[in-house]
Design a protein around this ligand. Structure first.
Ligand SMILES: [Zn+2]
Length: 286
């Protein structure tokens, strides 16, 4: 009996070990680590959650920025710190009229470690905002990608001003229809999308939708994944959110899944395509 139990436990450990080693590594391109999250999870616990889910790299923003900074300084090789615009969560709806955000951003950028700006929320009516214009100029000056949660008209306005600016369009935009998204990716070569919070559209009932599949195989180098931990509850459900993403990724051709899961974000944020101890990724990329 003891022998049986022993071999069962060994088998289970071997299985878990192999699962850990063979899981597709993910680069999460859209996480938040804000004040409420920091009350529930320490930076160390966030890294443990990433480890558990085979996520070697993550782009993380937060309100206020100090929590992201703490997380980044704990694992600077793994965390891509994105500078949020909001010092308090209520600035999410007022920032387009708040000129004080610009000196704040300048002061933060001067620290030298921020690797992107956003997530900024912006809708069509506010696309002519002078503050937005200045944020674009700062992103260009520092050569940092912008993470934008916004309407198609906002993307049009941005590319009118700064055609070379790398942008990640959060959640595949506010009107996430594959035909529309495809049109925007065709028109703007420096635009990418993240698919956070769009799992139900991408794979209703778990099966990948044909139109999304078509979008991914047409633009395999312009698409990224992300959980988008917009609330502490989302962090608590992190493992299952990652599982949902992995389920539809597994339905794509291996090479395309790898690009979307990892390579595209690694290229955008200048992280190594191969990380220590991961032979599977090395083989797939070569
Ligand atoms: Zn977000």
């Amino acid at each position: 009996m003891i022998n049986m139990l022993f071999s069962y436990c060994c088998g289970l450990l071997a299985l878990l070990f192999s699962l850990g080693l063979t899981a597709q590594p993910l680069f999460d391109s859209h996480l938040h680590y804000s004040a409420e999250d920091a009350q529930r999870f320490t930076p160390h616990e966030i890294l443990q959650l990433l480890d558990k889910n085979a996520i070697p790299y993550a782009a993380v923003t937060g309100t206020p920025a100090s929590h992201v900074s703490s997380l980044y300084h704990l694992a600077p090789e793994r965390i891509v710190p994105l500078l949020g615009l909001y010092r308090h969560s209520d600035e999410k709806s007022s920032w387009t009229k708040d000129k004080s955000i610009i000196p704040y951003l300048k002061k933060e950028l001067a620290r030298g470690y921020w690797q992107g700006i956003g997530e900024l929320h912006l809708f069509a009516d506010d696309r002519h905002s002078k503050v937005f214009n200045k944020v674009i100029a700062l992103a260009s000056e520092w050569q940092l990608p912008l993470l934008i949660h916004g309407d198609p008209a906002v993307i049009d306005k941005l590319y009118e001003i700064a055609p070379e600016q790398p942008v990640v369009w959060a959640h595949a935009g506010t009107f996430p229809y594959p035909e529309l998204v495809s049109d925007y990716l065709r028109r703007y070569p420096n635009l990418s999308i993240d698919l956070s919070m769009r799992d139900k559209r991408i794979a209703p009932d778990g099966i990948i939708n044909d139109d999304w599949y078509e979008l991914f195989v047409t633009y395999p180098d312009r698409v990224m994944i992300g959980v988008d931990t917009f609330s502490t509850t989302r962090w608590q459900l992190f493992n299952s959110a990652v599982g949902t993403i992995r389920n539809w990724l597994a339905q794509l051709p291996d090479e395309i899944a790898l690009q979307i899961a990892f390579v595209n974000a690694a290229k955008l944020y200048k992280k190594p395509l191969i990380f220590k101890g991961d032979a599977a990724t090395k083989d797939a990329i070569q």
